[in-house]
Write a protein that binds this ligand. Structure first.
Ligand SMILES: [Zn+2]
Length: 114
């Protein structure tokens, strides 16, 4: 006698998340408390420990945080005005045109590309 149980068991396995559309982008930043480059996922942000010194040295153009592009994960440095949402952020990767604003140090708003 054959039983169809095996098939049904597989169907209810761990791969039940296929309903998520591939175009879904991160909408929130994930702030890292320690610098572990390997765990920087798309949308992760890490505030530089010496950011205050960098700002004293370079003014508002001093780098403030490392941000992993929410679309492709490429790491890039951002300034404090970008972190505060006063300036938009553009991904540094030549293969990605992600352009966004950071609101409240946590939410991402995607902007159209020019
Ligand atoms: Zn990117």
């Amino acid at each position: 006698m054959k039983t169809p149980e095996k098939k049904n068991g597989k169907h209810n396995g761990q791969n039940g998340s296929s309903a998520t559309p591939p175009t879904q982008l991160q909408t929130e930043l994930l702030e890292m408390s320690v610098w572990v480059p390997q765990s920087m996922e798309p949308g992760s942000v890490f505030l530089l420990r010496n950011r205050s010194e960098l700002r004293v040295e370079h003014g508002l153009h001093g780098f403030w945080a490392v941000l992993a592009c929410p679309q492709c994960g490429t790491l890039g440095l951002i300034t404090e005005p970008q972190y505060r949402g006063e300036h938009s952020v553009m991904c540094g990767s030549p293969h990605c045109s992600c352009h966004f604003l950071i609101h409240d140090h946590s939410r991402l708003e995607y902007l159209p590309n020019h």
